[in-house]
Design a protein. Structure first.
Length: 216
């Protein structure tokens, strides 16, 4: 969803920011845990009903989430465990944020908004599960319109403005997360059925050739 040029710019910026940490030998896993703590603080702020402040903190934590990977890259300390820890704590962070919002809307007796939060939670879980399951089968599946950075940005901006845009952001996320699941499902299907697609294409060409050669 975010243009590749912007992604590359964000990546370079993050690497420049963590360069001093790399020189001091800071462990990327410590940065991962620090980002998780910041997300918990954000969730606590949201649970008190301060949605705008929570939106600011959520966007900040989203930027913070980029730093551990950047630090691991430039310090050449990337490990499978580090990637696993980052992914696991990202899931807990997202769950904490959504639980906080669910609490707020239940407290305000806003049932439709609470249902939206639940729909977003399911979509986010399945988006992550689809990628993890695909990669467990040997298929890289980071495709899709709404991976975690985009989800954080959409929700953060929605919280930042007012209550109406928060609901709009939840509606958008409810649609995009489940659409991303479908995108990943299709991507994995294509990756695991290349022969079927090739045969179908050949059959289509054969039938088209027969139609052209048959007198009308």
């Amino acid at each position: 969803m975010v243009p590749r040029t912007l992604q590359a710019f964000a990546r370079r910026t993050a690497e420049s920011l963590v360069a001093p940490l790399a020189r001091r030998g800071i462990d990327p896993n410590a940065v991962t845990v620090s980002g998780f703590v910041l997300n918990l603080i954000t969730a606590a702020v949201l649970a008190t009903g301060h949605l705008t402040t929570g939106g600011i903190l959520l966007l900040l934590s989203g930027l913070f989430d980029m730093l551990d990977g950047a630090l691991a890259r430039i310090s050449k300390t990337e490990t499978p465990f580090g990637a696993f820890l980052d992914s696991l704590l990202d899931r807990y962070s997202e769950a904490a944020i959504l639980i906080a919002l669910l609490y707020v809307f239940i407290d305000r007796h806003n049932t439709p908004a609470a249902i939206l939060v639940f729909a977003v939670a399911i979509g986010s879980i399945l988006t992550s599960y689809a990628r993890a399951r695909a990669e467990g089968l040997g298929v890289e599946s980071s495709v899709g319109i709404a991976p975690r950075p985009e989800r954080v940005m959409i929700l953060g901006l929605g919280l930042l403005i007012n209550g109406t845009t928060t609901i709009a952001a939840l509606v958008v996320l409810a649609v995009l997360t489940h659409f991303t699941v479908v995108q990943r499902l299709y991507h994995v299907w294509r990756a695991m059925h290349p022969r079927s697609e090739k045969l179908a294409a050949q059959e289509g060409k054969r039938q088209a050739a027969q139609r052209r050669s048959t007198p009308s």
